[in-house]
Write a protein that binds this ligand. Structure first.
Ligand SMILES: [Cu+2]
Length: 111
């Protein structure tokens, strides 16, 4: 009887260890986010992501827009016609704008 209890106990211990290990060693999967462009705005205007996450910008307006990094113009979607989408893999925090309508601004923050 003692042995049976011991066996059950060590089983639980192993299950616990395995759970800890799988939690701590599994790399976090990148997340995917969507920013819609509608009514001359980026929605949401501010977004907080992790490095390596993907943001898909979708133009829901009737007119063309773009998504351009503001400070150094280090990346840009190019002109996006209506219903066109463009993906950005985030490597750093950034502020961006639409170079066609410079009042349109957005911000990417890193968690
Ligand atoms: Cu625009």
């Amino acid at each position: 009887m003692k042995r049976l209890i011991f066996a059950a106990g060590s089983c639980l211990l192993w299950a616990g260890l395995l759970m800890i290990q799988s939690c701590s060693s599994a790399p976090e999967k990148p997340s995917a986010y969507v920013v819609e462009i509608k009514d001359m705005k980026f929605v949401p205007e501010d977004i907080t992501v992790k490095k390596g996450d993907t943001i898909t910008f979708i133009n829901r307006d009737m007119m063309a827009h773009d998504v351009t990094e503001e400070t150094a113009k280090s990346w840009s979607s190019g002109k996006m016609e209506a219903d066109v989408s463009w993906k950005l893999v985030v490597s750093e925090a950034a502020t961006y704008y639409c170079s066609i309508h410079t009042v349109m601004k957005g911000k990417i923050e890193l968690e």
